[in-house]
Write a protein that binds this ligand. Structure first.
Ligand SMILES: Cc1cc2nc3c(=O)[nH]c(=O)nc-3n(C[C@H](O)[C@H](O)[C@H](O)COP(=O)(O)OP(=O)(O)OC[C@H]3O[C@@H](n4cnc5c(N)ncnc54)[C@H](O)[C@@H]3O)c2cc1C
Length: 469
């Protein structure tokens, strides 16, 4: 009787799953395990972390669906627990999916070498991406440094071999569970030192409703995706991050694409692969600028400004709305992520790593590769990034993408008495406007921390003068 343990990490589902598919097709008995990794958990200072609640509820959901078994849920160091469980269950192999972050790769190497000593095989499958870094290459065999040609090759490779999207079927009946001393399938949040997040921040493990509602608007993704007040994007990022949904499944539903909306949406999944590939190929970008010319930018790094940015009190309504959305819901619309990131790095002139870290703490969909990519893109330090001289004007962005101020007013109700013109750009407010609208600028809502036009000039000069030694 051949037995395997499937270690789930980012692929928290039971369908279309490369590791589970391989295991249930090649082994007689299959066990499933998950470790709440203390290396990751100890960095979370908010004990009401919506991601932990989300993972916990997802595991609960998987347990309910597994009639013959359940998931072994552990807490500690994976290199200890996975190896011990594999020994206790007397499995022949531990099977998992690949993870492209540096920490994860090192962790897997440790697990592999410990398992080897026990004569247990360790197998890793691609699951989280359509193509890995090594699969989409330029003619000379390098990783692409520009997204558009990367994306074109990515699409042509799918056309050449659509099987890359096919479902990896799982035979759930092979999944089983046996009592092992010291292990449980039912670890509560308090067992791991966390508390449940508030109801309004809860994410249901069932992504299907979201997918269904996105299908109604998907064909217009190209037209609607930039407007934070309308439902123009899928909101599936957290489900992709933790793998409740399979990226192949999403691709299959839209392949071959039939209109521009679908094409552009699939390109976002290509961006996702691009950033995983970039991080895998250039692991130093986790800490340093991709473009080393911009590594030593003399950031101003005013701590008070940073605090106000985090709290959504910069005095720029579209920026404040974005930060408040993040703080209240754990998610932020992509257009607004770009606006707030640009404002932090280009106008407050604060190191992109500060913003990246704050997002990492707060985002339900936090993913090192995409977050680092998004921040380095916005700060102009990244690969195929926004050119440094193209500084987002938050007032124009606000007028263009939230014309009727619906998004802003959801999160910044203090400015609701003002006519839209001043909500977009409070710096235009005169005393008369304040008197007419019963609004005290600086009291009811803060004045901007800095002068946009001056800072814009300053930052362009700073980047022009790079590199700094
Ligand atoms: C500063 C900054 C930080 C970001 N941090 C993250 C992060 O930590 N995690 C994350 O998943 N995305 C991040 N993004 C990318 C993007 O904002 C989110 O993926 C998107 O807003 C999620 O919403 P959605 O699911 O409705 O996306 P949709 O528009 O429906 O896109 C579908 C999926 O494609 C992927 N995707 C879309 N845009 C990007 C992108 N630019 N880069 C990589 N993948 C993308 C996501 O998985 C997304 O769910 C960041 C962007 C910026 C500018």
């Amino acid at each position: 009787m051949k037995k395997a343990l499937v270690w789930i990490r980012r692929s928290l589902r039971l369908h279309d799953h490369t590791a589970l598919s391989y295991a249930t097709n090649n082994f007689d008995e299959v066990y499933v395990g998950f470790v709440f990794d203390t290396h990751i958990l100890k960095k979370l200072d908010d004990k009401k972390d919506h991601r932990i609640t989300f993972i916990h509820d997802t595991l609960d959901n998987l347990n309910k669906r597994l009639e013959n078994g359940g998931v072994y849920v552990m807490y500690g160091k994976p290199e200890d627990h996975i190896v011990q469980l594999a020994k206790d269950l007397e499995v022949d192999a531990v099977i998992t999916h690949k993870d492209y972050e540096l920490y994860a790769q090192k962790r897997d190497e440790k697990v592999e070498s410990k398992l080897k000593k026990e004569n247990i095989e360790f197998k890793r499958f691609k699951d989280h991406v359509i193509f890995e870094a090594e699969e989409v290459r330029t003619g000379s065999g390098d990783f692409y440094k520009v997204f558009t040609p990367y994306k074109n090759t990515w699409f042509s490779k799918i056309k050449e071999n659509p099987d890359v999207l096919s479902e990896r079927k799982v035979d759930i009946s092979k999944i089983t569970y046996k009592r092992v001393k010291g292990y449980t399938s039912d670890l509560s949040l308090s067992d791991i030192g966390f508390e449940r997040t508030e109801k309004e921040r809860e994410y249901s493990p069932d992504y299907k409703k979201l997918l269904k509602s996105f299908n109604q608007v998907k064909d217009e993704y190209n037209k609607k995706r930039d407007y934070p007040a309308v439902r123009g994007t899928s909101k599936l990022s957290a489900y992709l991050r933790f793998g409740q949904v399979s990226v192949r499944e999403l691709m299959r539903k839209n392949w071959p694409y039939e209109n521009e909306g679908e094409e552009i949406w699939l390109s976002e999944l290509a961006w996702r692969d691009f950033y995983f590939g970039l991080l895998k190929t250039f692991p130093h970008i986790e800490k340093f600028a991709y473009n080393d010319k911009y590594e030593n930018i003399p950031w101003i790094n005013n701590k008070d400004h940073f605090k106000k940015w985090c709290e959504g009190k910069t005095g720029v309504p579209i920026v404040d709305a974005g930060m408040r959305e993040l703080n209240q819901t754990g998610w932020m619309h992509n257009r607004v992520r770009m606006i707030v990131a640009s404002y932090l790095t280009k106008i407050l002139i604060i190191d992109w790593r500060w913003g990246e870290e704050y997002f990492a703490k707060k985002l339900i969909d936090f993913d090192l590769a995409a977050n680092n990519g998004g921040w380095q893109w916005s700060a102009s330090t990244g690969c195929d990034a926004a050119p440094y001289f193209r500084v987002f004007n938050p007032y124009r962005q606000s007028e263009r993408f939230d014309k009727n101020c619906e998004y802003i007013l959801k999160y910044v109700p203090e400015v609701k008495n003002l006519p839209p013109k001043y909500i977009h750009e409070p710096t235009k407010i005169t005393q008369k406007v304040q008197d007419d609208n019963n609004f005290k600028w600086g009291e009811d809502y803060p004045k901007p921390l800095v002068d946009y036009s001056e800072r814009r000039k300053e930052v362009i000069q700073i980047f022009k003068d790079a590199p700094y030694e």
